[in-house]
Write a protein that binds this ligand. Structure first.
Ligand code: ADP
Length: 170
C-alpha cells in the first residue's frame, strides 16, 4: 500500500452550500496541515439543492486565497477518497453533542475500513456553531426583501447572490 502523508488532511462534506462555519474549519485546518483537500461528496440520496458544478465553483471561488487548499469532488466511500488523495488525516468539524455522537460511530466505522487514516476533530467556533447548510437554505427560501443582508452572518459573501438566484430561478 502506498504511503500516506500525515501533514495532508482531507475535509469532506456536502457543502450545499459552503457556510461560514465550514470556512472557519477550513481556515483553521489549513493553518494546522501543510495541505488541505476539500472534498465535495456527491451523494444523490441527499437530494442537494446545488449541482456538483455549482458547489465546486463556489468552493473554488471562496477558497482561492488559500495557497495550500485544493477542491475536489468525489463519490463513494470517504476513506477511499482520503487514501486516493494520499492523505493520512480526515478533518471533521463538530458543533454539538449530537454531532459528536454521530461522528464517534462514523469514526469507528472508518477506522475499521482503513486503520491508517486518523480522524481529527476541530470544535466549531462559538460564532459559527449554530450554522448549518440546511438552516441557510430555509432562510434563503423563506426570507423576504432583506434576505441577502441577513445571510451575511451565515455565508461567505461571494455565495449569497448565486444562492438567492437559484431560488429565484425556482
Ligand atoms: P454533511 O452533508 O456530510 O453533513 P456538511 O457539509 O454539513 O456535510 O458538513 C461537513 C463537515 O463540516 C462535518 O464535519 C460537519 O460537522 C462540519 N460542520 C458543518 N457545519 C459546521 C459549523 N458551523 N462549524 C463547524 N463545523 C461544521
Amino acid at each position: 500500500m502506498s504511503e500516506l502523508n500525515p501533514h495532508h488532511a482531507v475535509y469532506v462534506g456536502s457543502f450545499d452550500p459552503l457556510t461560514l462555519g465550514h470556512l472557519d474549519i477550513i481556515r483553521r485546518g489549513a493553518g494546522l496541515f501543510d495541505k488541505l483537500t476539500v472534498g465535495i461528496g456527491l451523494n444523490p440520496e441527499k437530494n442537494p439543492l446545488l449541482t456538483p458544478e455549482e458547489r465546486e465553483s463556489m468552493c473554488r471561488q471562496v477558497l482561492a486565497p488559500f495557497q495550500n487548499v485544493e477542491v475536489k469532488c468525489f463519490s463513494g466511500l470517504t476513506v477511499n477518497f482520503v487514501r486516493e488523495c494520499g492523505a493520512a488525516v480526515m478533518l471533521r468539524g463538530v458543533r454539538t453533542l449530537t454531532d459528536i455522537e454521530l461522528e464517534f460511530t462514523m469514526t469507528l466505522a472508518n477506522r475499521a475500513l482503513d486503520p491508517a487514516i486518523e480522524t481529527v476533530f476541530l470544535m466549531a467556533s462559538e460564532k459559527y456553531s449554530h450554522i448549518s447548510s440546511s438552516l441557510i437554505k430555509q432562510i434563503a427560501s423563506l426570507g423576504r426583501g432583506n434576505t441577502a443582508e441577513q445571510l451575511k452572518s451565515f455565508l461567505p459573501r461571494e455565495i449569497i447572490e448565486p444562492l438567492l438566484a437559484k431560488y429565484r430561478a425556482g
